[in-house]
Design a protein around this ligand. Structure first.
Ligand code: UDP
Ligand code: MG
Length: 140
């Protein structure tokens, strides 16, 4: 059985801090299978669109600036219960509140620069995956 899918990004701080390998190792060791992946520099328009749901929040401008400050790694992951399991696996948005052993506890700097993204629902996982990948970019 193929399992379900979620979408992740290794954010600019993770790439800049040379943590792509460390975080991908954690992800695959955690039982998540990578079925699509790319390194990509987001434009301001792309970052604004991806985070449009937060456009009214006070941190939106800063978030868009941060997400365009360097390349990100976008990936689609497959696992049973992928969305909820991956949210648990990455830890709380604020690394000060992230459970020990989670990706954010290990690699996030702050609530803003928090190393990774994880979709919050199956619906958003599909929308976010479609934002970054076309059908022919998936394996398996
Ligand atoms: N963010 C921020 N300040 C905040 C809350 C969020 O800069 O007070 C950023 C942070 O990078 C976070 C992203 O906005 O990952 C999206 O926020 P959300 O509440 O969706 O958190 P997530 O789903 O990433 O845990
Ligand atoms: Mg979110």
């Amino acid at each position: 059985m193929a399992g379900t899918r979620t979408f992740t990004m290794l954010k600019p701080d993770a790439v800049e801090d040379n943590n792509i390998g460390n975080i991908l190792q954690m992800i695959t060791d955690g039982g998540f299978k990578i079925v699509a992946m790319k390194l990509r520099q987001l434009t301001t328009e792309q970052a604004k669109e991806f985070y449009a749901v937060h456009s009214e929040r006070p941190f939106y401008g800063e978030l868009v600036e941060y997400m365009t400050s360097g390349p990100i790694v976008a990936a689609v992951l497959e696992k049973e219960n992928a969305v909820a399991d991956f949210r648990t696996f990455i830890g709380a948005t604020n690394p000060a509140e992230a459970a020990e052993g989670t990706i954010r506890a290990k690699y996030a700097e702050s609530i803003g620069r928090n190393a990774v993204h994880g979709s919050d629902s199956d619906e958003n996982a599909k929308i976010e995956s479609d934002f970054h990948f076309s059908a022919e970019e998936y394996v398996g």
